[in-house]
Design a protein. Structure first.
Length: 179
């Protein structure tokens, strides 16, 4: 939990720096994380404590030169490496994407259910409900979840609606036991 709070603070600072300097840090960090995720060796060099800060900075310099990243993103990454906080990069990246989505007027979420796909009418109703409830346009992906017997579980950031039969049975069982 502490790491998430720290990552949120870094994300907010980096995003605000980018906004004030007309830099789309969400796009730049997306490019950077895609490059990092393509190579296990690169991930190891940057995230394992086996390598020195100087070695990590040399590798980072080569990467950012090829990606032509902004000075804000470069200095942010160098700062995270220097403070041995680069391990927070995935959390920071996630928070920056959330902030960017909110600024664009939408939020991301998932619908989980036992079926192979969700009915379009149901998807429209869910999106409409969430837009009324949360005030932003939800962008939802569907994922099949074998652990759900019937119904759906909707998660948008930290807001969750569990309309699964499993939850209803659990609540029913608890009501019988507690009475």
């Amino acid at each position: 939990m502490k790491e998430k709070i720290i990552a949120k603070a870094y994300a907010k600072a980096i995003f605000e720096l980018g906004t004030s300097n007309n830099v789309n840090v969400a796009d730049e960090l997306t490019k950077l994380t895609e490059v990092i995720n393509m190579s296990n060796d690169l991930e190891n060099v940057l995230f394992l404590d086996v390598f020195t800060v100087e070695e990590k900075l040399l590798v980072l310099n080569d990467i950012v030169a090829k990606l032509a990243l902004s000075p804000i993103v470069i200095s942010s990454m160098k700062y995270l490496i220097g403070e041995t906080r680069l391990g927070l990069l995935p959390l920071i990246f996630k928070e920056i994407i959330v902030i960017d989505d909110h600024n664009k007027g939408f939020m991301r979420g998932t619908i989980e259910g036992s079926a192979d796909s969700v009915d379009e009418v149901m998807m429209t109703k869910i999106k409409s409900y969430l837009q009324d409830k949360l005030g932003l346009n939800p962008e939802l992906d569907y994922k099949k979840n074998e652990a759900i017997s019937a119904g759906v579980r909707i998660t948008v950031e930290d807001y969750q609606i569990d309309a699964s039969i499993d939850k209803q049975l659990k609540e029913f069982k608890e009501s019988i036991i507690n009475n």
